[in-house]
Design a protein around this ligand. Structure first.
Ligand SMILES: Nc1ncnc2c1ncn2[C@@H]1O[C@H](COP(=O)(O)OP(=O)(O)OP(=O)(O)O)[C@@H](O)[C@H]1O
Length: 429
């Protein structure tokens, strides 16, 4: 394939990178697209596997047919057969009507089975059958149905090991793996790292309406030589943190080092492993977030002290609860902005604007109207453990997206499977 054609594919799908191994993977996807062969996309978590089934669908004769992406790891084991193959009314408790499964709905199109290695063995049998004969049977039915679906699957598991361990059927593995596409880890395409950083920095600059962060030469070196365990997803996540938290827009290696998880910094060559006095190190990228939350809590406590002082020096009569409400209100309205230790110009603007309701509030000493909100505010005053904070963040994000896990997982920058596991772990409704 011509370089210009590969470039066109990248542009169409928003894929950044110029490395030869990435180009090779894109080339295979386009070449295999017009055939109906099954494709198995492998690669570590966060390398960008999701782009490939879309490329394959787009360049195939199924382009105008349906495209359905299913995250096999996010669907509970008890419902996966019904989701994929449908069910008949009355086939289990809660099956109040007939339901079409994805294989029926995607007739004439493409199904992307993400995290296919997570499928239970019983579902693997059904999948093998539909791949080999195009036939499937709905849950609770005895009638065989036909469908014409192209299957593209992806996994970050070592499938050879999974088959050896008896977790994945060998025959299904070979059937899915007719054409393998391996998406390289970020550390194997170092030349793409700075390009990706620039792209994400510019996207976040637009999203948060602030100038884009830039890297100094030593920061570029550090970024390019870092291990990137979480690949492009981790790079994107760290670029967002830096864009939002750092006051200065020029990022040096010293600033950057504070955002790179310590274990992986230690895998770097000696040149980059030295620690400096004021550079914070974090065990995981999530700790940055926790640090922000702790800083936020500290800001809140300081703010409360100031409010108390103002009230006591001006002899204003106000109930304690009202103060809690007001400071929490300030804090909650703009978590990230008030979390910064030293707000920059655009942040000050926002903080001043948000401060208005608070000033009015103690002038008029309005009672709290909304009891639910008051309890929510009250609970924010209690100290939380790290796990508690994570639970709260997940709950808030799920609420924000009205329980839509895909959107919540995207915002939290974790895979749907991880989100699903955490929902179960924390018993979130
Ligand atoms: N080459 C790239 N250019 C731009 N963005 C990319 C690129 N590769 C990955 N991304 C972005 O990185 C994030 C992770 O990618 P994606 O979800 O495709 O990873 P994955 O390999 O499917 O991970 P998992 O196995 O955990 O599901 C997404 O936000 C994606 O848009």
């Amino acid at each position: 394939m011509q370089q210009s054609e590969i470039q066109a594919v990248k542009q169409r799908f928003g894929i950044i990178g110029t490395s030869e191994i990435l180009n090779r993977a894109i080339d295979i996807a386009v070449q295999v697209a017009p055939t109906d062969l099954s494709v198995l996309i492998t690669g570590e978590s966060g390398v960008g596997k999701e782009n490939f089934p879309q490329i394959i669908h787009y360049y195939s004769h199924r382009k105008h047919g349906p495209y359905i992406a299913v995250n096999c790891g996010a669907i509970p084991e008890g419902t996966i057969d019904s989701e994929l193959f449908g069910h008949e009314k009355g086939s289990f408790t809660g099956a109040t009507a007939d339901r079409k499964g994805y294989f029926e709905v995607a007739d004439g199109g493409t199904i992307f089975l993400d995290e296919v290695g997570e499928l239970p063995l019983s579902t693997q049998v059904r999948l093998l059958r539909v791949l080999e004969t195009g036939e499937f049977i709905k849950v609770g039915s005895s009638k065989t149905q036909k469908t014409n679906v192209r299957v593209v699957a992806a996994t970050n598991l070592n499938m050879t090991q999974a088959t050896r361990d008896g977790k994945f059927r060998e025959d299904l593995f070979y059937r899915l793996n007719t054409v393998p596409i391996s998406v390289p880890a970020l550390r194997e395409r170092k030349e793409d790292i700075v390009l990706l950083f620039r792209k994400f920095a510019s996207d976040f600059a637009e999203k948060y309406r602030m100038p884009a962060v830039r890297l100094t030469e030593d920061a570029r070196q550090l970024l390019s030589n870092y291990y990137w365990n979480g690949n492009v997803r981790q790079l994107k996540n760290i670029t967002e943190q830096i864009s939002v938290i750092e006051q200065q827009r020029e990022i040096t290696a010293q600033i950057l080092r504070a955002y790179l998880p310590k274990d992986d910094v230690e895998r770097l060559p000696a040149l980059f492993s030295s620690s400096t006095n004021d550079a914070k190190t974090f065990n995981s990228e999530r700790e940055i977030l926790y640090q922000v939350l702790f800083d936020m809590k500290k800001d809140m406590t300081d703010l409360k002290k100031i409010v108390h002082e103002i009230i006591s020096t001006q002899n204003i009569d106000i109930k304690h609860d009202d103060i809690n409400y007001s400071t929490a209100f300030l804090n909650r309205k703009d978590t990230i902005i008030s979390a910064s230790n030293s707000p920059v110009e655009y942040q000050n603007e926002k903080v001043v604007r948000d401060a208005k309701p608070f000033e009015n509030h103690y002038d008029e000493a309005e009672p709290i109207q909304d009891a639910e909100e008051y309890h929510e505010v009250e609970s924010m005053q209690k100290p939380l453990t790290l796990a508690g904070m994570e639970r709260e963040m997940i709950k808030m994000t799920l609420d924000k997206y009205k329980g839509k896990r895909k959107l919540a997982a995207d915002e939290l920058d974790i895979s749907e499977r991880t989100l699903y596991r955490k929902i179960k772990e924390y018993g979130i409704e």
